[in-house]
Design a protein around this ligand. Structure first.
Ligand SMILES: Cc1cc2nc3c(=O)[nH]c(=O)nc-3n(C[C@H](O)[C@H](O)[C@H](O)COP(=O)(O)O)c2cc1C
Length: 353
């Protein structure tokens, strides 16, 4: 019974039937998947990074038409303005033309949707939770969330970040291990100091006193159970949901996930300029060769690779696709999200009760 004390407190605080949160996955989090997770008793999620305020409200409406359950909206905290090196960008354009269409001129003014407007749209959508990654919200926004009764989950990748986020007023911490698929959340600790969840979670659990949500490499009931034993009140699953039909990702990506071993993933800046874990493919292999031009900073690199990424997606070609995946990818199952989560949670209960 003791094993479930924290998870039960978490579920009752957030109105959940199981302590499982869908990872917000910008570009791969359709409302149908989020609603299915909520209907199974977990918490649905949306990564709003590529969405305009109007699209955030459409996503929310769609989600609410499928469920009355809890959901979370997530945004990236913007970094400093990128510095441009046009000569180097020319080298990158030439390199990228081997993998996609010719790269047009990148206009810095059109690189990102307004973060302030996205924040306002998230408040208007009235989710149960707003989560952050790659930084912490400003005090004024935290205040607004709290006034509206919206809770804040801050993604952290180290003990130092956990202490900073707790101090800033986070209600819970998403502790992201280096196994995680997609972008790394580091905002204070250097990327090469990233730790795996097994080491990170219990050490963070010893120094903060708010609930911890474990994420990174959690795909089956063994890793969920382990995370609970290591001090988590809940888990957040990303790659483990990508093969469900509701995720509706490209078939070549879903097929690749099935056969991706831990060593077949790579942390790379080659897609966006920020480090993220993806399935190794022809493009990442070439981009990591010694004599290839090093990626430029975010969001310029993301803009430079846009044509290649869209083409790969349109043509369902894994060779140059931005195919994010965590290290435990091959354990992901291709069954519907509700059955998947119910089975997982039943197995955890059998293991830990
Ligand atoms: C396709 C994809 C997109 C992601 N996009 C976001 C995002 O927009 N915001 C965020 O906080 N995390 C994002 N992540 C990271 C996840 O929230 C989470 O940390 C990660 O999926 C956990 O590792 P796992 O994939 O092994 O479960 C993304 C992950 C994936 C796989």
């Amino acid at each position: 019974m003791k094993n479930f004390e924290k998870t039960e407190a978490f579920c009752s605080a957030y109105g959940l039937g199981m302590p499982v949160i869908m990872a917000p996955m910008a570009g791969a989090c359709p409302a149908e998947l989020a609603a299915a997770v909520s209907n199974a008793g977990g918490m649905g999620a949306c990564g709003v990074l590529p969405l305009t305020p109007g699209q955030i409200s459409i996503w929310t409406e769609k989600f609410r038409s499928g469920t009355n359950g809890a959901f979370l909206l997530n945004s990236w905290i913007p970094g400093p303005e990128p510095t441009r090196d046009y000569n180097h960008e020319e080298l990158l354009k030439k390199f990228l033309s081997d993998f996609g269409p010719e790269v047009p001129l990148i206009d810095a003014r059109n690189l990102q949707i307004s973060f302030e407007e996205q924040c306002e749209a998230m408040l208007e959508a009235r989710p149960n939770v707003i989560s952050s990654i790659m930084g912490l919200y400003e005090p004024a926004f935290i205040e607004k969330m709290k006034q509206q009764g919206i809770r804040w989950f801050a993604t952290v990748t180290s003990v130092s970040e956990a202490i900073l986020a707790q101090k800033a007023g986070a209600d819970a911490l998403v502790v992201q291990g280096s196994e995680a698929g997609g972008h790394r959340g580091n905002f204070y600790t250097a990327y090469d100091q990233s730790a795996g969840l097994m080491a990170l979670l219990p050490v963070v659990a010893d120094v903060v006193d708010i609930p911890l949500i474990a994420t990174g490499g959690i795909v089956d009931s063994r890793s969920i159970s382990a995370a609970i034993l290591l001090g988590a009140s809940a888990v957040q699953i990303g790659t483990g949901l990508l093969r469900t039909p509701e995720a509706a990702i490209k078939s070549s990506w879903a097929d690749a996930i099935k056969v991706t071993r831990p060593e077949d993933t790579i942390t790379t800046r080659a897609f966006s300029g920020k480090p993220g874990r993806a399935i190794r493919n022809c493009y990442t292999e070439a981009a990591h060769k010694k004599d290839s031009p090093i990626p430029t900073s975010y969001p310029v690199q993301r803009a430079l690779t846009e044509g290649m990424r869209l083409k790969a997606s349109d043509e369902n070609k894994i060779d140059s696709m931005q195919a994010w995946a965590g290290q435990a990818a091959s354990l992901a199952k291709d069954i519907n999200a509700q059955d998947l989560l119910r089975n997982l949670w039943n197995e955890v209960e059998e293991k830990l009760r």
